[in-house]
Design a protein around this ligand. Structure first.
Ligand code: PGA
Length: 251
């Protein structure tokens, strides 16, 4: 009942022409895929060109961040309306690299999530523990605090229009993947403890939760077959069409 959603986070990679080339290759690789939602998230400067390539296709465009204000003196920032004006439909919020390097907090994640929803974008809300937190058995506490922070003040109906990406920070870009069991355990906790307690059973059951952190063709199937894993947020393996296809065509 929850449709698998695979999103590629291109991070700070690809120039405009390289991004167009990759978008064309992914569009071709994805043609005919109907059972999976596919999203690519290029850098801001490539969004318009990539959206143009993907127009009318089954590959949707997401941004990697946004600012919560509608307009004004916020040098360097991009609003929801600006993103929508170039064909963006999804936006990553609270990625661990934003949290670690650019002072993203649960409060700013909450503001961004609300702004995205108010403007009609689908936020992909990223949460996850560091290695130190996992070793101190704080994983559940961390994901609970981050989820509650991100969803503070949202209605159940709004929450259903979001996606969560659970990304253990120690697995991002490191080649270390959480085992399918480790990932499933946290996904189950997020859905059946946290989301049920914030919202209700129906919302918890319908909200899609992606796994992220060194997902690739060789481990995608095992991860995606877990009961509570509904997709993937992919960094490194989304930068080549054939690698990305190895994930969205995992079945
Ligand atoms: P990775 O990145 O697949 O390269 O580990 C995932 C992410 O940061 O979203």
């Amino acid at each position: 009942m929850r449709k698998t959603i695979i999103a590629g986070n291109w991070k700070m990679n690809k120039t405009a022409s390289e991004a167009v080339e990759l978008a064309n290759a992914i569009k071709a690789a994805a043609s005919g895929t109907t059972d999976v939602d596919i999203v690519v998230c290029p850098a801001y400067v490539c969004l318009a060109a990539v959206a143009e390539v993907l127009k009318g296709s089954n590959v949707k465009v997401g941004a990697q961040d946004l600012h919560w204000e509608a307009k004004g003196a916020y040098t360097g920032k991009i609003s929801v309306e600006m993103l929508k004006s170039v064909g963006v439909e999804y936006v990553l919020v609270g990625h661990s690299e934003q949290r670690t390097y650019f002072n993203e907090t649960d409060e700013t994640v909450n503001k961004k999530t609300k702004a995205a929803l108010d403007g009609g974008l689908t936020p992909i809300v990223c949460i996850g523990e560091t290695l130190e937190e996992r070793e101190q058995n704080k994983t559940n506490n961390v994901v609970e605090t981050q989820t509650k922070g991100a969803y503070a003040g949202l209605t159940a109906e709004q929450a259903r229009n979001t996606v969560i990406a659970y990304e253990p920070v120690w697995a991002i870009g490191t080649g270390l993947t959480a085992t399918a069991e480790q990932a499933q355990e946290v996904h189950d906790f997020i859905r059946n403890n946290v989301l049920k307690s914030i919202f209700d059973d129906e919302t918890a059951a319908s909200l899609r939760i992606q796994y992220g952190g060194s997902m690739k063709g060789s481990n995608a199937k095992e991860l995606l077959e877990q009961t509570d894993i509904d997709g993937g947020l992919i960094g490194g393996a989304s930068l080549k069409a054939e690698d990305f296809k190895g994930i969205f065509a995992y079945q």
